[in-house]
Structure formats: C-alpha cells, structure tokens
Design a protein around this ligand. Structure first.
Ligand code: SF4
Length: 310
C-alpha cells in the first residue's frame, strides 16, 4: 500500500528539526479528545525511508536534489542545520524495533553531524521495550521521547480511553529515565471536566512527581469537532472548565508537584496564559504569578480565544 506522508505535527521544541516519517497515524488511536483518534496507523517501507535519508544526505553534502522525493523534503532541508531530526508520526517508537535500529544506524552513517533524534512515544510503545533496548536507541542518538500523559487520574485516563493506567505510565517513565533518554511529557488542563477538575489536577501533580520528567508541558483542552469527546460535550455529558479555572488547575499542579530538575511550562498555544520555570528553583515565582492573575481575573490578561491553537 502506498504510504501517505503525514501532515507535520510535532512538539514546539522540534521547530528546527528535519521531519522524517516512519509511520502515519497513531497505534493507540482511541483517545477521545485527540485528532488522531480513529486514525489508521500505517508503517512506511524501510527502503523508502532509506531513500529519503540518501536524498537528505546528498542535499546536505553536495546540494544535489533527486527527482523521486517530494517538494516538502527540500522545503524542510532549505532551512535545516543538520543537527536535530524528528521521527514522525503520532508514535514513531511503534516502528518494529529491528527496523528502527537499522534506520537509526543508517541516519548515523549518512548524517554524522546529527546531534539528536526525537520521537513521540505512547506509554505502551515504551513498555514494550526493555531498558537495554532503549539504551541501544539512546546510543544511536535517540535523545528525547515525547509522551502524552494527559492526566494522572485513573478515572479520567480510563474515560478518555488512553489504554494504560497511572502506574503503567510511571513505569514507562522510569524505563526512559533509566535508559538515559530525556523524557518530555504533556498534561491537559480541563480534561477532568468541571466535576473532576480538582482531582484531575491533584492526581496529575502526583503522576508528574512520580515520573519526575526532564520537561513537562501543560496544554489546555481544545475540543476538536469529529472526536468522541466533542460529541460527549454536544450531548451535555462533558463540561468545559472556564479559562480561569484552567489556571487554577495549573496552579494546583505546580503547587503539588515536586521535581528533581524539570523545565515546566504552559507555553503551548492552547493555553490562556503562559508560565515557564525550571523546577523546583522557580516554583514560588510561578505560583505568585498565577496567584496574581487569578486575583485580578482580568480577561484582557488571557490569550484571546481566536489566538489559541491546537
Ligand atoms: S496516544 Fe497520543 S497521539 Fe495517539 S490517540 Fe492518544 S493522545 Fe492521540
């Protein structure tokens, strides 16, 4: 079957990367809020991936273009500095392990200037690998994995069909950290709805503490038409929290989480207010910042709805 190159969806910190698709879609296509829900996972043929790596190498070393590559390859290459590479798509770590190893080896051989390879990974993908397998990937420059945690509250996790439990996500984080690969996680403000808001925030703080990632980002729930959660909302079975309540959740998470050394932020475009800090050093400053905005309750201080993004 012909592989259809996925649209570029990547973490903000991968903005300068080359985007190399190994898969399209997500293997855990069940999360009710996500635009990958019900997507069909397809795997790209190994030889096709290698041909793209050959083309990238030829362009970077000799500025030569080949005709069998799509224009997007050269659009990315024109602004690429050769250092970071992001494996697409929703969870490229699901790509069969022996083939993944072969691709990483090939990347190292053809693009020796690469400094870091990155990928999204579901907790299930990580749990399928041993720590030694993850260490092997790390030795081949897989330097960071991005994992969606969404919530620490088992009730929420089950309701959104994440397919894992709180404890399984903590176990996945432990494996990544043990392998030496950096771990970046995201949680979603508002995912517990109105009634479950406080427990969602407290349990999310608890899971973040237990995972102790290198990076943690808070996003704010944005309902996407066509997703099961959007339909629940339309049927009055799910309530959205207010923008200020999302900041109250954020404050609860910051107050109740404890990190060894984590860059925590809410800079994603979905959020109503951006905070950032190296935790634990900046914890008190961030809490004060949130206290001030929560006391003023001035909508002019929030990102306007029309500027929010996914
Ligand atoms: S695992 Fe991640 S990418 Fe896949 S459907 Fe769930 S939230 Fe979306």
């Amino acid at each position: 079957m012909t592989f259809i190159r996925p649209e570029i969806i990547r973490p903000p910190s991968e903005h300068a990367s080359y985007y190399l698709p190994l898969t399209a879609g997500c293997s855990n296509n069940s999360c009710t809020f996500c635009n990958y829900s019900m997507s069909h996972l397809s795997m790209r043929d190994l030889d096709e991936v290698k041909r793209e790596i050959d083309a990238v190498s030829l362009y970077m070393n000799h500025h030569v273009r080949v005709s069998d590559q799509p224009e997007i390859v050269y659009a990315i290459l024109r602004r690429w500095n050769g250092k970071k590479l992001f494996l697409q798509d929703g969870d490229a770590l699901v790509y069969p392990y022996p083939k993944l190893i072969e691709i990483l080896r090939y990347l190292n051989e053809k693009l020796p200037g690469l400094e870091r390879i990155a990928s999204y990974a579901t907790p299930q993908d990580i749990l399928r690998r041993t720590t030694d397998e993850l260490k092997t990937l790390k030795d081949l420059k897989l330097g960071i994995l991005y994992m969606g945690v969404e919530s620490g509250d088992d009730e929420v996790i089950q309701r959104i069909h994440k397919g894992v439990t709180h404890d399984q996500m903590v176990e996945a984080a432990r494996k990544v950290k043990e392998s030496g690969i950096l771990l970046s996680v995201t949680v979603i403000l508002g995912l517990g709805g109105l009634k479950g808001s406080q427990r969602h925030a407290l349990e999310t703080a608890r899971i973040l503490t237990e995972m102790d990632p290198d990076y943690a980002g808070a996003l704010t729930l944005t309902l996407i038409p066509g997703t099961p959660l959007y339909d629940e909302f339309e049927r009055d079975e799910f309530d959205l929290i207010s923008p200020f309540d999302s900041l109250r959740e954020l404050k609860t998470i910051v107050e109740n989480s404890n990190f060894t050394n984590c860059f925590f932020s809410s800079m994603h475009a979905s959020n109503y207010f951006a905070i950032r800090g190296q935790m634990p050093a900046d914890k008190e400053r961030v809490i004060k910042q949130l206290d001030t905005i929560l006391a003023k309750r001035d909508p002019a201080l929030l990102r306007p709805e029309f500027l929010r993004g996914l």
